[in-house]
Design a protein around this ligand. Structure first.
Ligand SMILES: [Zn+2]
Length: 220
């Protein structure tokens, strides 16, 4: 029997960082679906070849394929022993139904689903805070919240202008938050109805302090 953990939270809430600390402290194994897909392709299996074709065609890998990879991974002995934090799956209610069936079939347990909530203004600030040096030979990266340049808009190292990548624009951030609200936020009521949801709030205190709050909620 494996204990499965899931963290749900909007982009910018610090889910990745808190997941890293959680796995490091508890010995729970981090399983990301992106890594599972890459490993399967690298292993050259029939399924891996199929994944490669789908990605090469520019399409999204189907829920069925991702579910199969998750199922195979969590059946392994290390996860039966240490449990796992599933990262990247489920993102939608249909995927959560698939996971539910996988856990039942494998006699595994959902140990906890943690919702990491955060203030919308803080999320927007974090998602748009990165600045890059425009000098390709320099490539320095800044953050207007946590790693400001000495002079606004100018690289400390080479004096070139800083710019914001389109990935870090308000428009992209707005879209990412909207996708989260539409697709992933419905998971909250899904797991709440099952009595598996635990809530914690991420603020602009340190990741360590945010983790401490979450650990309290998890009772660890
Ligand atoms: Zn520079």
């Amino acid at each position: 029997m494996a204990n499965i953990y899931i963290f749900i939270g909007p982009p910018g809430a610090g889910k990745g960082t808190m997941g890293d600390i959680f796995c490091e402290r508890t010995g729970v194994i981090h399983v990301s679906t992106g890594q599972l897909l890459r490993d399967e392709m690298a292993a050259g299996t029939a399924l891996g070849a199929k994944v490669k074709d789908v990605i090469a065609s520019g399409a999204l890998v189907s829920d069925e394929i991702v579910a199969e990879l998750v199922k195979n991974r969590i059946a392994k002995a290390d996860i039966k022993e240490h449990g796992c934090l599933l990262d990247g799956f489920p993102r939608t209610v249909p995927q959560a139904d698939m996971l539910d069936k996988i856990l039942k079939d494998g006699n595994d347990t959902m140990a906890a689903v943690v919702l990491i909530e955060a203030d919308a203004k803080m999320l927007m600030g974090r998602l748009t805070s990165r600045r890059m040096c425009s000098n390709k030979d320099c490539g320095a990266i800044y953050n207007v919240i946590s790693q400001k340049p000495k002079v606004e808009g100018i690289c400390d190292k080479c004096g070139a202008k800083l710019y914001q990548r389109s990935d870090d624009s308000v428009e992209t951030a707005t879209n990412r938050l909207k996708v989260y609200e539409e697709q992933t936020a419905p998971l909250v009521s899904y797991y709440e109805a099952k009595g598996q949801l635990k809530r914690t709030v991420s603020t602009d205190r340190s990741p360590e302090d945010n983790y401490a709050e979450m650990a309290k909620v998890l009772g660890i």
